[in-house]
Design a protein around this ligand. Sequence first.
Ligand SMILES: Cc1cc2nc3c(=O)[nH]c(=O)nc-3n(C[C@H](O)[C@H](O)[C@H](O)COP(=O)(O)O)c2cc1C
Length: 355
Amino acid sequence: MAPAFTLPSYSVGSVRVAPGLVLAPMSGVTDSPFRRLVKRCSGEHVGLVMSEFIQIEMLTRGQMMGAIRMAFDPSEHPIAIQLYGADPDMMADAAQMAEDAGADMIDINCGCPAPKICRRGGGAGLLRDLPRLASLLDAVTARVKIPVTIKIRNGWDDSSINAIDSLRVAEDHGAQAIALHGRTRVQLYTGLADWQAVAELKSRAKIPVLGSGDIVTPEDARERLRSGCDGLLIGRGAITNPWVFRQIAEAAQGKEPFQPTWRDVIDALRFYVSLLHVHYPPRVAPGRMRMMLSRLLKGFPTDPGLRVRCLKMTDPIAMLDHMEAVATETGVIDRVRAADLESASDDPVDVASAA
Ligand SMILES: Cc1cc2nc3c(=O)[nH]c(=O)nc-3n(C[C@H](O)[C@H](O)[C@H](O)COP(=O)(O)O)c2cc1C
């Protein structure tokens, strides 16, 4: 069958990202267990995974959570470790630690809207202080050999749109790719991301440009690729559907995209839960489990109260055993999840408020 659309690919230094489908960094979500879950579901169709952002102080002060956030499995390559902070020397030290740990790239977060982070000059605060971004890039690119990239928003607010200025700083100070989430800091996650801004950035850039925002289906991907960008970042779409990269790649090849059944969903959750147990101390794992179970069980047909009970759950394995038994008994185990999702009620867990 003839390909329906072409997926881009790009290189950052010696790292090839092919296809240009990237798991976006998401705080509280894209830890090693989640990244491996996405790789398990979407395989080679995920061109690059990104860590959740890591505070540079957490790494340089040797805090346990810093080490946990930076940990990854060899199966995750290529992987970008995302850092946030405002101090150039400390950023360089943290980048050095990521390089020593075997990361393929460093990404500097210039988009996090959290007031606490912006007030200290990090995250989207950097969009209001481009000289500081320049100093951070100078310090990091002087220290590490692996490529350095940045992820920005359109600007702080509608009256200070400055993505092109950020691009100039990136290019002049050694960044090798730039990702744009087409919203301002003030917009947070409201409205729709501005993909015209991604197209504009691409038309002015010498380095690869990636776009981020609101890609949930293969059709969304096809539409956003009209911007001419070199890659797509997929965030929330991968939380409810870690198969989305595979589905986009199959649709691009003109194939009918894979649709997971409830058995696939339960198997994926078992895999994820088993990794969480190994990755985290016991007090951290339950919160992440609840979030993912609640998202992936959306639409589970035989037990409408199940997702709400997930929020109170103490034993995820028992819950998955229960689900599997009910799904087998009622014959829904081999039913495709997509149809049930359409009629599902709203989500009790608001992930967007987490970042
Ligand atoms: C829960 C959550 C956490 C996020 N954490 C980060 C982060 O750590 N670093 C970052 O650059 N962007 C972060 N983002 C922004 C995403 O990477 C992405 O740009 C944004 O969600 C838009 O893409 P989407 O519509 O595909 O989710 C986060 C978004 C969400 C929803």
